[in-house]
Design a protein around this ligand. Structure first.
Ligand code: PMP
Length: 359
């Protein structure tokens, strides 16, 4: 009898659940923290015209140097220590693949973006979760203690953290980076919506890795571009494991053109930050809702009957994210900041559902 081929699959993968996102068709989509603003039509046309002139029958350059250089310029970091990939999810996977030996302790605040723990586990890492503090901020003493106790190989922060919106300050980050030679990966997918960035520390700390994406503030989740910045020696090692030619001709061109419009990016980020404050203040005024302060383009809030609220919003054509399965968040929902009119629809609907639920 031949062994079933399934036994060839690594047990870490077989026992995992994978990443799931249920699809709902709702006209108001506030569930994935995308930008509510699309790439403007004239910019799309500019990109499409450029893509037409490129040779589609050739492989792109193996390491897309012109895009790397444009990003280095944009982010203020060295091109020889910057890596571009298909979205920052891919970079999380790449870094963990390069750094995780079987049993290696990976300290991850909890709750945080589910892919960190999922990929760490796939590569045989031992996830060491450290719960957020009661006020939903990072428990830095707890994280530092876990790093020491476990001799951690890596620490992963989402800053701002998904789904809570808290940030790690540079002062706390420095203290951690000085305490340990573990690699500290800071996923800054939402950093443009906050006043914190670890970008300025990369030159000082060789154990710091910073991830960025085009999917949120840059308003281009569809093109799937993310990039990593680190010390040149660390970046060189990570680069060895990157798939060559993975950035396709469309995404490459789109990224180059979008970067030229940093004024528009800043303006839109300003609008989204303003709306976040308006939505937060409005949520605070609704009876039965407890919003948590956020440095990102989403807000976490608690209600006594989250399943009813989530379904009620869907019935009214508004999709948000149910995060009740996350540790510590059994009553929580997360709403992305949309356009002003979408946010108002959401707030009115939420208020209506809570009133109906009371009677
Ligand atoms: N990091 C965090 C913290 C996220 O929440 C997300 C998207 N939900 C990503 C990364 C994904 O980024 P990308 O689209 O660049 O893969």
């Amino acid at each position: 009898m031949i062994d079933p081929p399934l036994k060839r699959i690594r047990p870490e993968v077989r026992s995992a659940d994978g990443y799931h996102l249920t699809h709902y068709d709702c006209p108001v989509k506030l569930n994935q923290n995308e930008s509510p603003f699309d790439v403007p039509d004239d910019l799309k046309n500019e990109i499409l015209a450029d893509v037409r002139t490129r040779p589609w029958f050739r492989y792109p350059q193996p390491m897309e140097m012109d895009l790397v250089e444009a990003l280095a310029d944009f982010a203020g970091w060295r091109p020889d220590a910057l890596i571009v990939c298909n979205g920052s999810n891919t970079l999380v996977q790449l870094v963990l693949a390069v750094c995780t030996r079987p049993g290696a302790p990976v300290v991850i605040p909890s709750p945080s973006f589910s892919l960190y723990g999922l990929y760490a586990g796939f590569f045989g890492g031992r996830v060491v979760p450290v719960h957020l503090a009661a006020d939903h901020t990072f428990d830095l003493p707890g994280i530092r203690e876990a790093v020491r106790r476990e001799s951690a190989n890596m620490v992963i922060f989402g800053s701002p953290n998904n789904p809570t919106g808290c940030v790690v300050s540079n002062a706390d980050l420095k203290a951690l980076l000085e305490q340990t030679d573990a690699l500290v990966m800071v996923d800054e997918a939402y950093a443009e919506f906050s006043d914190e960035t670890a970008r300025d520390l990369i030159g000082e700390y060789s154990n710091l890795i910073v991830l960025k994406t085009f999917s949120k503030a840059l308003g281009a989740a569809g093109i799937r571009i993310g990039y990593l910045m680190a010390h040149p020696e660390i970046a060189r090692e990570i680069l060895k494991a990157k798939v060559p030619f993975d950035i396709n001709v469309f995404s490459h061109s789109a990224a180059l053109h979008i970067l030229k419009h940093d004024g528009l990016i800043r303006e839109r980020v300003g609008t989204i930050r303003g709306e976040r404050e308006r939505v937060f203040a409005a949520l605070q005024k609704i009876d039965g809702v407890r919003p948590w302060p956020s440095h990102a383009n989403f807000i976490l809030f608690e209600v006594s009957n989250p399943a009813r609220v989530f379904e009620g919003l869907i019935e009214r054509g508004i999709l948000i994210r149910n995060v009740t399965s996350y540790p510590l968040l059994e009553n929580a929902l997360r709403v992305s900041i949309g356009k002003a009119e979408e946010n108002t629809l959401f707030l009115d609907a939420l208020e209506g559902i809570l009133k109906d639920t009371c009677v």
